[in-house]
Design a protein around this ligand. Structure first.
Ligand code: CP3
Length: 334
């Protein structure tokens, strides 16, 4: 499967660090209108591939569109990030309604991009994993303490189980539709997996991801799935053991020798710290060299440990992509 996979793409490769994104964003006026407009969203998806020699595009959308589809009045406010109506109890849960009919815009973006994208380049579809999307629904905005989410896990099992089950079902439907529209690869972002531990990690991270992966595999066995249980630390092993992903995406905190061990059985994606891209060419090259020294490049999709930061200089991304492509080109039999 490796030769069918991209060698390099970057999480959040489209977005604020690109002046051409800022231009379209200014016309669109707000982020959600941009996500729901297939004309603009497909153009933004392709922008990074016009500048850099990347092997894959990732559809321009957001993991919270699924929450918007539940009637939670999602908005993105400058300097604050996402805001949505909080769901705090079984009563609120029962009031959720699915089907705002905006998700088909994402499918249309996918088919537009697939139509324009070079045949050799992959198109990645994605969704947030249920726990990560649930944290935004439970907190109502970006938070760092996750008090409401963790309290629901510890203290309100019936409610959280219902919410997670609903998200599992909705996410399966959303991803199957993305594949039908032309996505070649799927990534599941569990950005806040690392907040949970022990049996809670199993119940709200491992099991929901597993259900989604198995449902996709039963319909589309040949679509590669990337799992990203970010900041799972020691619990990455539980995820890898239980979730039949094709590729495991690894954040910047996991040591390279541990990732190398995982490569015995798994293809990995990652794990350059996005902050490295705020430095200079010499430091970027040194850190890329380290990854290539320790990991098996035949089982590596080069990527960052998390998304490109908005303050990243464009020339550093250009240098990174050229440098990594040279590294891959210098390796025989790849
Ligand atoms: O290029 C790509 O990777 C595709 C597009 C993409 C976006 N969001 C666009 C976006 C993807 C894959 C995401 C995933 C996403 N969204 C995640 C999982 C990955 C991660 O970062 O952990 C999460 C947690 C979200 C939720 C989200 N969306 C937040 C918390 C925010 C505000 C904080 C921030 O980074 O601005 C967003 C907004 C968002 N999503 C922007 C973009 C380009 C910025 C919008 C803007 O102001 O232009």
């Amino acid at each position: 499967m490796t030769n069918l996979l991209p060698k390099i793409w970057l999480m959040r490769q489209a977005g604020r660090y690109l002046p051409e994104y800022q231009e379209i964003k200014a016309v669109a006026s707000d982020f959600l209108s941009l996500c729901y407009n297939p004309e603009w969203a497909s153009e933004v998806t392709l922008q990074p591939l016009k500048r850099f020699d990347l092997d894959a595009a990732i559809v321009f959308a957001d993991i919270l569109l699924i929450a918007d589809n539940l009637g939670l009045n999602l908005s993105f406010e400058k300097g604050i990030g996402p805001k949505l109506s909080r769901v705090t109890s079984m009563e609120d849960y029962r009031r959720l309604r699915t089907g705002n009919n905006k998700l088909p815009h994402v499918y249309e973006t996918i088919s537009k991009v697939r139509g324009k994208l070079d045949k050799n380049k992959k198109l990645i579809g994605f969704a947030g994993s249920p726990w990560t999307v649930a944290t935004y629904i439970l907190e109502g905005q970006s938070k760092s303490d996750f008090i409401y989410s963790k309290k629901a896990a510890y203290n309100n099992e019936e409610f959280l189980n219902s919410l997670i089950d609903l998200l599992v079902e909705q996410t399966i439907d959303y991803l199957l539709n993305q594949i039908a529209a032309g996505a070649d690869i799927i990534q599941l972002f569990d950005s806040w997996a690392g907040v949970l531990a022990g049996s809670y990690y199993d119940k709200y991270v491992v099991q929901p991801n597993k259900k989604i992966i198995l449902a996709i595999k039963s319909k589309y066995p040949n679509i590669p799935i990337i799992g990203f249980p970010r900041k799972s630390g020691f619990l990455y092993n539980n995820y890898i053991k239980e979730c039949p992903v094709d590729i495991i995406s690894v954040d910047e905190t996991v040591p390279l020798h541990v990732i190398r061990d995982w490569q015995e059985k798994n293809i990995v994606q990652g794990n350059l710290d996005p902050t490295i891209l705020l430095t200079n060419k010499e430091i970027i090259a040194k850190n890329v060299d380290k990854i290539f020294t320790h990991l098996d490049p035949k089982k590596l999709i080069f990527n960052l440990g998390h998304g490109v930061l908005p303050v990243t200089p464009v020339e550093n991304v250009k240098f990174l992509v050229e440098y990594v492509n040279q590294k891959f080109a210098s390796i025989k039999d790849i």
